[in-house]
Design a binder for this molecule. Structure first.
Ligand code: ATP
Ligand code: MG
Length: 590
């Protein structure tokens, strides 16, 4: 893998170029579409397809989506949106016993959350591949009838052993020469449930000497006496993924079937299969074509389903939606913005070379969109008391604070000022360094949106910790009044009235792993977990934030973007998750 990179804008995009060329050439202009998936002769009775291209996002509903899936979603749905096409959401649920409806529901939510849809007034392109089992059997039976497939009765080991290697050709199965009639009868009996699991398989008859091992008579159907969540016990033979996928694409009129690079070696079989089926009249040309791109890899996280399952099952995180998890449910709970994901995917582009994208780039994208959208609020994360000794006790007055510095239309709110305030512990130093412009004995700073104050000293507890800072305010310097600029200061601090503020639980997140590439060199990736990836504190926030609703997000000035947790908040007691800090504290190399 390459070093972490921050690709320049706009990213080169070879798939976009392919689509443009296809459209220019009119390659897909003659396709017919009856409104739902179907075999060629069914589609032939439909109208011209109004979708200029069709793409699909085909998750297996066996887990929660992660940031890598977001890349595929943005690419497929984004291309359809850009070029006047349609993108289908297809659950690839051809594997019995593995899928769960809970995952399917969560995938639907995640795609919608990212801002995409498969449904409008004319079409609803949400599909389940298991609804195509009948059509897949029609295809398999055609292959048998045309002499392109045979029933092999060798054991799985014997099939594996005779497949050959990269340097040696494979060996023909002793059953390869079975007659069409015999294959046809056996395949029927396989479907009728006459044989136990593993007794026979159906194999494509291609070339045992092909330099591409995937073309050495791949298995296309196996016997599996299993309950399927959709079809129950109707079938006891199930298609292999590499056979099912091209057929799913063809049934759905997909034009550009975009997948990750590990399927590159399968493309010759994808084409072989669809060519044979088109020859048999089962599908119409032009056929779908497969294109491969490199997966998204991000520093400081793990994006493999297997590793994510391990984190959840071993209790290393609180669940799939733990805000530190690189899952879309986690991202949503943490407060990441869907627009931030779309921006990231646009920025990193699509290519065929493996790359490791810096997590900082993702965070930059989040900051960029949140800076535009999020209202500002004040929170003091590590509070110490500031007493304004010349301000009358029991009195208070309002200071005006804009909700967004660049968007006056979002209005203003009032922050009460009084004698006792909260400020950040780090905004006071008894002995300041050179260049420290915040409070120190004798020094002056502005309380943002309020007054300039002059610090007069502090009081410590028995342990020597500063407990209270004292100051005097300059009444003529209130922000927004003519005297505001009469005294010049460099420091500008945030603060809250102690009497009016609200205590809240705040969670500050850090990287889940402490190294960029967890588990590199083959050691256990769990060893690379950052033990301090979540810190819980009690902060003081503006009183009105008490009523912030789950999912709402704000910029806490000087601290970053915080979202109200959707699980642990209750009415009047929000818990805030920091989605991202205001600045990158990790450096561009991270
Ligand atoms: P599995 O480990 O089960 O193979 P998967 O992550 O490949 O899991 P799928 O449900 O098969 O999950 O993926 C759906 C789609 O998302 C596929 O088209 C796949 O290519 C794409 N995808 C998965 N991971 C990434 C990634 N890291 N970057 C880009 N696309 C991805
Ligand atoms: Mg997969």
């Amino acid at each position: 893998m390459n070093k972490p990179s921050a690709p320049s804008l706009p990213a080169a995009h070879f798939i976009r170029a392919i689509v443009e060329a296809d459209l220019k050439e009119g390659r897909y202009a003659t396709r017919r579409w009856r409104g739902t998936p179907g075999l060629g002769e069914e589609q032939a009775r439909g109208n011209l397809d109004t979708a200029r291209i069709r793409t699909r996002f085909p998750p297996e509903p066996n887990g929660y989506l992660h940031f890598g899936h977001a890349k595929s979603i943005c690419l497929n749905f984004g291309l359809a949106r850009q070029f006047g096409g349609r993108c289908h959401l297809r659950f690839d649920d051809t594997n019995p016993e593995k899928e769960e409806t809970e995952y399917a529901r969560s995938i639907i939510d995640a795609v919608r959350w990212l801002g995409f849809d498969w449904e409008d007034s004319r079409e609803n392109n949400l599909y389940y591949a298991s609804n195509y089992f009948d059509a897949m059997l029609v295809c398999a039976e055609y292959l048998v009838s045309a002499g392109h497939a045979y029933v092999d009765s060798q054991s799985a080991e014997a099939i594996r052993d005779s497949r050959g290697t990269l340097v040696e050709p494979g060996k023909d199965s002793p059953y390869r020469a079975r007659s069409i009639a015999e294959n046809s009868a056996l395949f029927k009996r396989m479907q009728a449930g006459e044989f136990p699991d593993g007794a026979h398989v159906l194999r494509a008859k291609i070339d045992m000497a092909s330099p591409n091992i995937n073309l050495r008579d791949p298995v296309i159907y196996r016997i599996r006496h299993a309950e399927h969540h959709n079809t129950g016990s109707r079938f006891c033979v199930y298609p292999m993924y590499t056979f099912a996928h091209p057929i799913e694409d063809a049934l759905e009129n997909i034009t550009h079937s975009i997948c990750t690079l590990e399927f590159e070696d399968q493309r010759p079989f994808y084409d072989w299969l669809l060519e044979r089926l088109a020859e048999g009249g089962l599908f119409l040309r032009p056929l779908p074509r497969q294109y491969e791109f490199s997966r998204l890899n991000l520093t400081y996280v793990a994006l493999s389903k297997r590793k994510l399952i391990q984190l959840v099952e071993e209790g290393k995180v609180t669940g799939w939606d733990d805000p530190r998890m690189p899952t879309l449910v986690g991202a949503r709970r943490r407060g990441y913005a869907p627009e931030g994901f779309r921006l990231l995917m646009e920025r990193i582009g699509v290519s065929k070379s493996d790359s490791l994208i810096s997590y900082s780039l993702l965070e930059d994208c989040m900051r960029e969109v949140m800076n535009e959208t999020d209202e500002r609020r004040v929170a003091v994360l590590d509070p110490i008391r500031l007493v304004v000794s010349n301000y009358p006790e029991g009195q208070s007055e309002d200071c005006e604070a804009p909700n967004h510095p660049l968007r006056p239309e979002l209005g203003k709110r009032l922050l009460p000022f009084g004698r006792e305030l909260w400020i950040e512990r780090e905004d006071f130093r008894e002995v300041p360094d050179k260049g420290y412009h915040r409070l120190c004995p004798g020094g002056m700073a502005r309380l943002r949106y309020g007054f300039i104050v002059r610090c007069t000293g502090c009081e410590k507890d028995a342990a020597g910790q500063v407990k209270t800072v004292f100051c005097e305010y300059l009444p003529e310097t209130k922000s927004g009044t003519p005297g505001a600029d009469s005294v010049k200061v460099k420091g500008n601090l945030h603060w809250l009235s102690a009497r009016h503020s609200q205590a809240c639980l705040v969670r500050l997140y850090d990287r889940l792993f402490s190294v960029p590439n967890p588990g590199a060199d083959g050691h256990d990736f769990i060893e690379d977990m950052n033990p301090n990836s979540c810190r819980e504190i009690t902060a003081q926030v503006e009183a009105a934030l008490k009523d912030a609703l789950p999912g709402m997000r704000f910029q806490f000035e000087r601290h970053g973007y915080f979202a109200v947790d959707t699980q642990d908040s209750s009415a009047g007691a929000p818990v805030f998750n920091r989605a991202v800090t205001l600045k990158d504290s990790w450096g561009k190399s991270a």
